[in-house]
Design a protein around this ligand. Structure first.
Ligand code: SAH
Length: 210
């Protein structure tokens, strides 16, 4: 089967699981996930699963990618930040949804590999940064949408301060028990509103060296 057809099936499964935003579904139907994986794993690229990308890290589930982006995209979509580029898959999906996307990664080798993976996709509106996601990306702030792809124990302050008025951020938060939940943070005129969504499993957010 061609990758376009397996992707179309994946998008149908995402619809069945409740993803509604056509911009998000289109983006997941467009980005070839197999180019972000090593050859030995590429045949499993369209299974709804997290797969290893080296350095103890994983590529996110397509459903979780869709769910997180859908939760923070406004209408119209604005400037977005991803924390935890990893192999670059979610960054590529985001670049098909938002007009301007920044993605930050703390492991140099992964940052460089993501750059190589993304070359062929020619996404002129995506910029990769090497650094500590706990600090966000001050030079490009504020962001209308922030997606964090690694689990922290508490909400990073810098990220909240880089959230635009009316903006939304989604991140996995880890409790002491080790359980994780997606948390949605919205900045409105009246301040910050926090709500809890699905239980998830992400790799931990590490203190950055960069
Ligand atoms: N977004 C990826 C998934 C990446 S896994 C995808 O599309 O599949 C999470 C990534 O977050 C890892 O690459 C890890 O190195 C990175 N990470 C962890 N802590 C970080 C931090 N403080 N700053 C930036 N990146 C971080």
């Amino acid at each position: 089967m061609t990758s376009a057809r397996t992707r179309a099936r994946m998008v149908e499964r995402l619809r069945t699981k409740g993803i509604r935003d056509e911009r998000v579904l289109n983006a997941l139907g467009t980005v070839p996930r197999h180019v972000f994986l090593e050859e030995a794993l590429a045949s499993r690229a369209y299974e709804d699963d997290a797969l290893p990308i080296g350095f103890g890290q994983t590529i996110s589930h397509p459903f979780v990618v869709a769910r997180m982006i859908e939760a923070v995209v406004g209408s119209p979509a604005g400037k977005a930040l991803e924390v935890g580029t990893g192999c670059g898959y979610q960054a590529a999906v985001m670049a098909n949804v938002f007009p301007e996307v920044y993605s930050i990664e703390r492991i140099k080798e992964l940052h460089e590999r993501a750059r190589r993976n993304l070359l062929a996709l020619r996404l002129a509106n995506l910029r990769l940064a090497y650094g500590d996601g706990y600090k966000g990306l001050e030079r490009a702030a504020p962001f209308h949408s922030i997606v964090v792809a690694a689990a922290a124990a508490r909400v990073p302050e810098a990220l909240v301060s880089q959230l635009a008025a009316g903006g939304k951020m989604i991140l996995p938060l880890a409790a002491n028990s080790g359980e994780q939940r997606l948390v949605l943070i919205e900045r409105s005129g009246r301040g910050l509103k926090e709500s809890e969504l699905d239980p998830v499993r992400f790799v931990p957010m590490e203190a950055g060296k960069a």
